[in-house]
Design a protein around this ligand. Structure first.
Ligand SMILES: [Fe+2]
Ligand SMILES: [Fe+2]
Length: 272
């Protein structure tokens, strides 16, 4: 009986690794500068009002294909991040950022396979992001897929500066389309949002691993970006996946987090 279980787990693991690799192959192949412009036009319309807690509950339905552990519902990762921040006595706004940092994945509610924004196709929604409009660095996960990117055959884009000016700064870069930028834009558009700048930076750049962990794109960085890196690295330790089997009930933790959410986001709906 135990042998059977081991086999099942091994089979699953291979299956998960294959899914993650396939996810990154499609992401590298489909995320082009033009594609990102199209997604910004399509998804940054702020037409869908939805309460924060309804949005949180929706993440119970999404299995993130870029997460190697399929057993952990997204909502549990968010609550675990927030609780870790809370246990360390970090500021209330940062606890809130932990709780909501992946909420941009609700994009799947109005997403589709061809945009990579659905339950089945997530290459336009999750995973480590990179800069569009310039050469892809080897610090990208599965760098062997970099040559599959159509922009890398365009001389405008396939060099280290590409379309950018040296030292232009992170905020002037176009990153691969995904949940980070989506939530950042949604909250930037949300009138009653008072999350401090550091929190908004944590939301916007937490998946930008080739920069914050890989150390790439130094030519493009600006004056503020050292500060950004400190903020992101501080946050990243709480975002990193932990095998903690403890799971939470959203309704139970809501009692603690709702007043913090109200303090920084107000009480009206958020327009997605
Ligand atoms: Fe994320
Ligand atoms: Fe996360």
């Amino acid at each position: 009986m135990s042998e059977e279980k081991t086999e099942f787990r091994d089979y699953n693991k291979l299956d998960v690794n294959h899914a993650v690799r396939e996810h990154y192959r499609k992401m590298r192949q489909n995320q082009t500068y033009q594609y990102v412009q199209k997604m910004k036009e399509k998804y940054l319309t702020f037409q869908h009002p939805m309460d924060l807690w309804d949005a949180m509950a929706q993440l119970n339905r999404l299995i993130d294909v870029s997460d190697p552990d399929l057993d952990l519902p997204n909502i549990q990762h968010l609550i675990q991040s927030a609780e870790a921040l809370r246990n360390d006595g970090r500021p209330d706004w940062m606890q809130l950022v932990g709780l909501i940092h992946d909420l941009g994945k609700v994009m799947f509610l109005w997403g589709c396979d061809e945009d990579g924004t659905s339950q089945n196709e997530q290459w336009g929604m999750v995973g480590d992001v990179f800069v569009m409009g310039c050469a892809l660095p080897d610090s990208c996960v599965y760098p062997e897929f970099n040559t599959l990117n159509p922009d890398m055959r365009d001389s405008k884009y396939n060099n280290s500066l590409g379309i950018y000016e040296r030292g232009c700064g992170l905020d002037n870069l176009t990153l691969a389309w995904g949940h980070d930028e989506y939530l950042f834009q949604v909250l930037s558009n949300h009138k009653s949002n008072t999350i401090p700048e550091a929190g908004m930076v944590m939301i916007r750049y937490h998946s930008f691993y080739p920069w914050h962990t890989g150390g790439s794109y130094s030519e493009l960085l600006g004056h503020n970006d050292h500060q950004y890196l400190d903020w992101i690295r501080d946050f990243n330790q709480y975002d990193l996946y932990s095998k903690n089997p403890k799971t939470y009930d959203l309704e139970e933790v809501k009692e603690y987090y709702a007043p913090i959410a109200k303090k920084y986001l107000g009480s009206g709906p958020i327009y997605w």
